[in-house]
Write a protein that binds this ligand. Structure first.
Ligand code: GLY
Length: 341
């Protein structure tokens, strides 16, 4: 499909906006449709660009896709004029059992040929001197972070927004996160994430992802006094709200790792649904309905995978190319059979 196609992107989260910006750059006539732009999962997201720290057993494609997308982030951030903090991730195990979690993560990465350096107590402490005593950890120096709210603000300045779709759009890109229209509704479900924002006089230098008595927690510094502390993870059907129990678990685990949080100002508590597919990978490509392309279901990886998703959607419109790992048609029977685009 040549440039100049009328494309409506449904959903002004970080994925929809990044797709729209890329399609605009490739000469398409693009509008983004969302009555509440940048108000969904992107509003909650911490913005870790962490393909190695975020890959779990059984979701190994996240590493390959995430590394490919991470490589695109510096150019996107520079184009948008937003800061990209390329300070790496420190994995931390609080006790001996938690350290086994770090070691499992490093072993998984090594199996996939990805470098990750295990650190003892002293190494962890020298990487982040304000950490509490920990059993050990690992450094992932190539990882980074962005502020998704700043990214969305910059993208919103570069796209045309509407509240309703255009009747004459030639292509619709569905990027509505966890709320997909029929017939794709059942492909994505919400996994609640509760996340806190704080101001600290002693923030970490880099993203710290730790396990404390089996509880996973991460601290993402913005480079000033702001720190994002996340995140709970719970599948549920009710609207996402911040629960006292969720906030308590996050604060208790984070404070054990990072005692300076005792003095931090608690600025904000947010809950949103992550859009989860059953295999943890997004739906990017042909929907099975002519003229409708999916770019949704990014689960924990929407910020990381946004630039790759934008490229995949734009390439699909140009040539019909599809990345097999994220092809929505892998859910045979759930995607209607029909024209690819
Ligand atoms: N990517 C971090 C989270 O989903 O909590």
């Amino acid at each position: 499909m040549a440039g100049g196609t009328r494309v409506d992107v449904l959903g002004a989260g970080i994925v929809g906006l990044t797709v729209a910006e890329e399609l605009g750059r490739r000469g398409h006539d693009v509008v983004v449709v969302d009555p509440r732009p940048a108000g969904g999962a992107s509003y909650a997201a911490a913005g870790m660009l962490s393909p190695a720290a975020e890959v779990w057993h059984g979701e190994e494609e996240v590493l390959r896709l995430g590394l490919a997308s991470l490589a695109r982030w510096p150019e996107l951030a520079a184009r948008l004029g937003v800061a990209l903090r390329a300070t790496g991730t420190l994995l931390v195990g609080h006790d001996a059992g938690d350290l086994q979690q770090v070691e499992r993560q490093v072993a998984l990465l090594h199996r996939h040929g990805h470098a990750a350096e295990l650190l003892g107590r002293a190494g962890v402490r020298s990487a982040e001197p304000s950490l509490a005593r920990a059993a050990g950890g690992a450094l992932l120096p190539a990882e980074a972070s962005v502020d998704p709210r700043a990214v969305c603000r910059a993208l919103l300045q570069r796209v045309v927004l509407r509240e309703t779709p255009r009747p004459d759009a030639e292509v619709r890109v569905v990027a509505t996160g966890s709320s997909l229209p029929e017939p794709w509704t059942g492909l994505v479900s919400g996994v609640r994430g509760e996340i806190l924002r704080l101001r600290s006089d002693d923030p970490p230098r880099r993203t710290v992802r730790g396990w404390v008595g089996g509880e996973a927690v991460y601290l993402v510094p913005r480079g000033d006094d702001r720190v994002v502390l996340g995140a709970t993870s719970e599948a549920h059907a009710a609207p996402p709200v911040v629960t006292a129990g969720g906030a308590l678990r996050l604060l208790a685990a984070a404070r054990t790792l990072w005692p300076a949080l005792d003095r931090a100002e608690l600025v904000e508590a947010t809950a949103r649904d992550r859009p989860a597919t059953v295999d943890g990978l997004p739906l990017v490509g042909p929907s099975g309905v002519a003229g409708v392309v999916l770019a949704a279901g990014h689960y924990r990886h929407g910020v990381l995978l946004a630039p790759l998703t934008a490229q995949l959607v734009a390439d699909h419109l140009a040539t019909g190319a599809v990345e097999a790992a994220v092809d929505p048609r892998r859910f045979a029977g759930a995607v209607p059979e029909g024209a690819a685009r």
